[in-house]
Design a protein around this ligand. Structure first.
Ligand SMILES: Cc1cc2nc3c(=O)[nH]c(=O)nc-3n(C[C@H](O)[C@H](O)[C@H](O)COP(=O)(O)O)c2cc1C
Length: 409
């Protein structure tokens, strides 16, 4: 019998909780001298994820969540568990006193502090997420490399010139673009080869169920042709020649709507992903850097609360509906001035509100002045748990799915 445990006191223990990862093998010596093993040794762990010379013990990347949702607290907690903890660079300077007078320096300092704080809390793998749309993109990439971050993830646009912002000396960060199609992956890989003689170290493929800004047209979001299950093999295929030419693997990491260890198993063993990136699930953790009110918006969300908005950035995004967004729907404008123009595509004079202010307000808990970005599965978040417990239950579910797949033997 597998030992039963309940990772989250106060809820009914499910079958997914019955396997404990990391348990090791318990060998029983029988009276007659022969050996037997308990069920614990059958716990199947996912293969580690290799990005260049970095080995990620648990192939789970915590997706970057901008404007203060994933900072040093969450990132270091995930890295301690063997995954990749990711600090979102967007908005790291928002608590610096000189933000309005020295935007670039304030954000650089803010990001440095977050990386150093996270590093003090773990010797695990840390990444930053830098959106291409940020006006101080290059500076944030250079700062991250100088701070010796392990991996830079970059999306919300094609990071065509990312390699030019980092010193690609011996221990440079791994460079991982985030894309939403095979076409985008091959355009980017071709450009990097031509301009920098560099092959991306891995790719994240983000499907339409993700939270935050989405790399799809509105009408593509519910179209099965753009489902993550289709995009992952498409990107793997698009990278085949680049991988052969580079003579090394280019791991493809699946993101968007992955919620359980079972989802993780399917993405990795049926669709060709080498790992997964998850964000929404990590909002429901004690260590997530957002306010309690932000997390409560997730706890209170029903399926019908999740909606697509047209962001001032010019891309669709997925968020939890609230009174602020309904006021915007009604054509109300939230007056503001824009001292620093943080996002290149933002047409701030015509935009009904400042997205940076709105997201920062929500992060602090002033939900009436902003809103929460969230993935399509945010309605399933029903408790706040420590990152350790979440990672354990994901690995337990993964093991259960693996056992079922192999016939439970
Ligand atoms: C609150 C929130 C903020 C996000 N902010 C960013 C961001 O700043 N940059 C980015 O590339 N992706 C961002 N994302 C997308 C995530 O990094 C991730 O790839 C995606 O949400 C994965 O899908 P999941 O949330 O269903 O797990 C955000 C997602 C959420 C939920």
């Amino acid at each position: 019998m597998a030992a039963s445990f309940n990772p989250t006191p106060g809820r009914k223990s499910s079958s997914a909780d019955t396997l404990r990862p990391n348990q090791g093998i318990i060998i029983l010596i029988k009276i007659d001298g022969s050996c037997a093993t308990t069920d614990h040794d059958r716990t199947i762990r996912p293969p580690s994820l290799r990005i260049g010379d970095i080995e990620i013990r648990v192939p789970i990347i915590q997706g970057g969540m901008g404007v203060g949702i994933s900072l040093a607290g969450l990132a270091s907690a995930v890295a301690r568990e063997g995954g990749v903890g990711v600090i979102a660079a967007a908005g790291t300077g928002y608590t610096e006193p000189d933000l309005h007078t020295a935007f670039i320096e304030a954000n650089r300092r803010g990001l440095e502090k977050q990386i150093r704080t996270a590093r003090a809390g773990t010797d695990g793998i840390l990444g930053v997420n830098i959106m291409v749309a940020l006006s101080n993109y290059g500076d944030l990439a250079t700062t991250s490399a100088q701070e010796k971050i392990d991996i830079i993830f970059s999306g919300a646009g094609l990071p065509l010139d990312l390699p030019s912002h980092v010193d690609r000396g011996r221990a440079h960060p791994k460079l991982v673009p985030i894309v939403s199609s095979g076409k985008a992956a091959s355009i980017l890989a071709r450009q990097w080869r031509k301009r920098y003689d560099y092959t991306p170290d891995a790719f994240v493929v983000e499907g339409p169920l993700a939270g935050g800004h989405l790399g799809f047209k509105k009408e593509q979001i519910d179209d099965p042709a753009y489902a993550l299950e289709r995009l992952v093999p498409e990107v793997v295929e698009a990278l085949r020649d680049f991988r052969d030419a580079a003579g090394r693997p280019i791991p493809v990491i699946a993101a968007g709507g992955i919620y359980t260890g079972g989802d993780m198993f399917r993405m990795m063993h049926r669709h060709g992903a080498a790992g997964v990136q998850m964000a929404t699930r990590f909002v429901g953790t004690v260590e997530c850097d957002a306010s309690d009110a932000f997390k409560e918006a997730y706890l209170n969300a029903g399926k019908e609360s999740l909606r697509i908005i047209q962001s001032p950035v010019g891309m669709p995004g997925r968020a939890i509906d609230n009174e602020f967004l309904r006021r915007v729907d009604r054509g109300e404008k939230v007056p503001y001035s824009c001292p620093y123009h943080c996002l290149i595509p933002c047409d701030w004079e015509r935009s009904p509100y400042c997205i940076a202010n709105a997201l920062f307000s929500a992060r602090k808990g002033a939900m009436h002045q902003g809103f929460a970005f969230a993935g399509a599965n945010a309605w399933r978040v029903d408790r706040i748990v420590p990152v350790h417990d979440l990672m354990e239950s994901l690995l337990g579910e993964y093991a259960e799915a693996a056992e079922q797949d192999s016939g439970g033997s």
